[in-house]
Design a protein. Structure first.
Length: 183
């Protein structure tokens, strides 16, 4: 055990010595050594990196299917009764490009809009909403069942976020109050 720690200590000190003598120009991070230099020196000295899970998985890509998008769209139409020529903006996900989804949108008179190819910025408002709902609701506790989770999200959106939560982008009014004002 002592030999492993001793060899690691020697490897780290030799790594630092080699890095100090290497005078090639590299991009520097906050340690003063570029990632390529550190990687090369680690390979030369037989030092490997052990990665740990750092990011929390918040979505299950197997769940985002066409039927889920269609159910959500039909629910929104039933609850909100949007006027003709109302905008419907999405990313280029296959569930939104599906014939059934497009058919429902055209039947209800929506103006269909999709984000540009490789352009993630035009969907920023929705991404900000996802961050807000995760920070204010989802990350606070584990959920026993998917159904319970769906009900809590539904209650959060329809009972708090839309009718009561104030938004700076809407002049510090709730989405429901803003919608009534501009309609």
């Amino acid at each position: 055990m002592a030999t492993v720690a001793q060899s690691r200590s020697n490897s780290v000190s030799s790594l630092a010595a080699m890095a100090a003598t290497d005078d090639r120009r590299v991009e520097r991070d906050r340690t003063g050594y570029g990632h390529r230099r550190v990687g090369r020196l680690m390979r030369q000295n037989g030092i490997s990196l052990v990665r740990t899970g750092k990011h929390k998985v918040t979505t299950d890509s197997n769940r985002m299917k066409r039927d889920l998008a269609i159910r959500a769209l039909k629910t929104a139409i039933a609850l909100r009764a949007p006027p003709k020529h109302c905008g419907h903006h999405t990313d280029r996900g296959s569930q939104y490009c599906a014939h059934d989804d497009q058919k429902i949108l055209h039947q209800h008179g929506f103006k269909v809009s999709m984000s540009g190819k490789g352009n993630c910025y035009d969907n920023a408002a929705v991404q900000a909403f996802f961050k807000t709902i995760k920070a204010e609701l989802i990350w606070w506790r584990p959920w026993a069942t998917r159904r319970q989770f769906e009900m809590v999200i539904f209650e959060y959106i329809n009972g708090f976020y839309d009718p009561r939560r104030r938004h700076s982008a809407l002049g510090w009014t709730s989405p429901v109050a803003f919608e009534r004002k501009v309609a």
